[in-house]
Design a protein around this ligand. Structure first.
Ligand code: NAI
Length: 214
């Protein structure tokens, strides 16, 4: 399915809508309106309708959205219809926490392998994987993994990204606080909690209001 150019902010909100739709569906709501989804998520109904409008008609005006249909439509838009295999590099504090988190499965993400360079970590079971030696990573069959998570120190992040690209990974979630250069065909998203924290005091001092999910 092809869509007109969709703003990144809209794409960023779509997984949030998916989560909201699922919760409301689990609560027995087979049909929802944008207002009930908006109230649950703490965003505006206008924003939801505007975001959905980029993808054509997802619901019927005045009738609302069939939750199971909407769930499927959003997953199709986000390319989450099939499951995605994920590899994690760097099993320290953050990497261990990620491996023990059980919530990725609901979006179809399956962490199939984890790598580190520390002999004290290699061979240990974390979550449901046994940590492998990072020098063995090229043994992963080319294009057998969709996504990579980088949780190594900043000094090692570029080298690890290069290895991930060489085994055909097309998407990287990077936690290292550093710019990583990848070929155009690879999508990289960097998450930095310190940067997020660092913008909060601005809003506190300016008195400006900010949405809960921005
Ligand atoms: P950590 O020191 O506990 O873990 C790093 C792990 O990476 C260690 O197990 C180490 O052996 C491994 N490692 C180092 N070089 C490697 C290489 N070349 N190949 C494979 N494994 C290698 O560090 P922590 O606290 O888990 O942080 C990991 C990264 O995430 C750091 O870059 C840190 O700055 C960042 N971080 C980011 C946060 C965020 O919000 N984005 C929050 C916390 C940490």
């Amino acid at each position: 399915m092809r869509y007109r150019k969709v703003p990144d902010e809209t794409v960023r909100r779509m997984p949030l809508y998916l989560r909201g739709v699922r919760v409301l569906s689990e609560r027995g709501q087979s049909n929802i309106c944008s207002k009930s989804l908006a109230d649950y998520l703490g965003v505006s109904a206008w924003q939801i309708r505007k975001d959905f409008s980029y993808f054509g008609e997802l619901g019927k005006p005045g009738v609302g959205y069939d939750t199971s249909k909407l769930d499927k439509q959003i997953r199709r838009i986000l390319n989450l219809v099939r499951s995605h295999s994920v590899v994690l590099i760097g099993v320290g504090n953050l990497g261990s926490a990620i491996l023990s988190f059980t919530g990725f499965g609901q979006y179809g993400f399956n962490i199939i392998a984890a790598f580190d360079c520390d002999a004290n970590v290699i061979g240990k079971k974390k979550g449901h994987v046994v940590v492998d030696d990072v020098s063995e990573i090229s043994r992963l069959k080319k294009n057998s993994v969709d996504l990579g998570i980088i949780a190594v120190p900043a000094s090692a992040a570029q080298e690890i990204a290069d290895v991930l690209v060489s085994i055909g990974i097309k998407g990287i979630l990077n936690f290292a606080p550093v710019y990583i250069s990848v070929p155009k065909k690879v999508k990289i998203v960097t998450i930095d909690i310190a940067i997020e924290l660092a913008r909060l005091p601005y809003y506190m001092s300016s008195g400006q209001s900010q949405g809960a999910w921005e």
